[in-house]
Design a protein around this ligand. Structure first.
Ligand code: PHE
Ligand code: CO
Length: 296
């Protein structure tokens, strides 16, 4: 019998019923992974690795190789941490699942990246509603080796601690930025649009959809625009935002957000699928298959 995550309770939020876990940092119980767990890792790892050639950005693919992750077994956090320690100084910590916002921000601000220790069940191979080890490790950890992105993640954590003290409106705006960059971002490279968002690279369907489908909008990065834009949590995104470089992300988010939050407070939010006159449009989505409601 393999170990089970300790779910504390469910909480009703604007995102529906969300499981809440203990905030404790846990040792990765590596010996408790079953053969089925390792097989799930192998299946997902091999599938996504193949799919991401020519789809994920250069930095993601190169850094993933650098870690030496293989399909043979679920990686040990301590092995990955040795690589990180010799590079950007980030460290992976094991957690039971989604953390309260302030706890999460505090980890990032101190270059600790929380990784859910358990992996999804075989029947969840193609879709799981909450982050598991595959999403957190395969999706997020490679770019922590990129110096600019590593700094961006830490700056985001610091910004989160501050936004938390400013109140819920500031957090809503900051969370959208994380969603449309860290989780669902695209980047323009010499050979075309590529993926860097973790929520995409860990999903078979969305890795193809975000680049190849005519349905979604693909729009140039615009920080304030993103902070006003609602998003999808249970379908593919209606809109993806495209950066030119990680440095662009760093530079755009460098200013103090306090006055920006104040400005945004009086502006309407933008539906997930809207295209504005001011947008730099790479692709205007056909909107095929879009649900009419359900933006959060
Ligand atoms: N500059 C932002 C602030 O003052 C912090 C931040 C950095 C937020 C990077 C997001 C990403 O709040
Ligand atoms: Co994530």
């Amino acid at each position: 019998m393999n170990a089970q995550p300790r779910r504390v309770e469910h909480q009703q939020t604007d995102k529906g019923s969300v499981p809440v876990y203990t905030t404790a940092v846990v040792e990765q119980p590596w010996d408790s992974y079953s053969p089925a767990d390792h097989a799930t890792w192998a299946t997902l790892f091999e599938r996504q690795q193949q799919l991401l050639v020519g789809r994920a950005c250069r930095e993601f693919l190169d850094n993933q190789q650098h870690f030496g992750m293989t399909p043979d077994a679920i990686p040990k956090f301590e092995d990955l941490n040795r690589v990180l320690a010799g590079s950007t100084g980030w460290r992976i910590i094991g957690v039971e699942g989604l953390l309260p916002e302030l706890t999460f921000f505090d980890h990032l601000a101190n270059r600790r990246f929380p990784v859910t220790w358990w992996i999804r069940k075989p029947e969840q191979i193609d879709y799981i509603a909450e982050p598991d080890l595959f999403h957190d490790l395969f999706g997020h950890v490679p770019l922590l080796l990129n110096p600019v992105f590593a700094d961006y993640m830490q700056a985001y954590g610091c910004g989160g601690v501050k936004a938390h003290s400013l109140g819920p409106d500031a957090l809503v705006h900051l969370t959208r930025l994380y969603w449309y960059t860290v989780e669902f971002g695209l980047i323009r490279q010499d050979d075309g649009l590529r993926i860097y968002g973790s929520g995409i690279v860990s999903s078979k369907g969305e890795s193809i959809h975000c680049l190849e489908s005519a349905a979604p909008n693909r729009i140039g990065f615009d920080m304030r625009r993103i902070m006003r834009t609602r998003y999808r949590i249970d379908t593919y995104q209606k809109t993806y935002f495209v950066i030119d470089s990680f440095q662009q992300l760093m530079d755009a988010t460098d200013p103090d957000f306090t006055p920006i939050y104040r400005e945004l407070a009086s502006q309407e939010s933008i539906p997930a699928g809207s295209v504005l006159q001011s947008d730099n449009v790479y692709n205007r989505g056909s909107g095929e298959g879009w649900a009419a409601d359900g933006d959060v």
